[in-house]
Design a protein around this ligand. Structure first.
Ligand code: CA
Length: 98
């Protein structure tokens, strides 16, 4: 019974995937400038326009608006050139915030 615990641990490590590799953090750029929504930004990656390149949808804390950054390049190396605010019925969407 005493040897069961080390064996179980070895088995757990044996099936574990290789350890993750982390790189230095970097900012996501749009038009060469770091995207900044002050604080509490809420990002989502989704192919909004259906062109196969994943876009960035980013909720702002202040005023609850939602930015849409369309990826004008590809998925491994996305390129963003500014944003538009997402709208409904011709008006910027604003969700509760604060
Ligand atoms: Ca897209």
């Amino acid at each position: 019974m005493r040897a069961a615990c080390p064996v179980a641990l070895l088995a757990a490590f044996a099936v574990a995937a290789s350890p993750p590799i982390y790189q230095s953090p970097s900012f996501v750029l749009s038009d060469g400038t770091a995207i900044d929504v002050s604080y509490y930004g809420s990002p989502c990656v989704y192919d909004w326009d259906g062109d196969g390149a994943k876009d960035l949808i980013l909720g702002e804390f202040d005023y609850g608006k939602i930015r849409l950054y369309l990826n004008v390049w590809n998925n491994p190396a996305p390129v963003f050139e500014g944003f538009t605010y997402m709208q409904a019925d011709g008006a910027d969407i604003s969700l509760p915030y604060g």
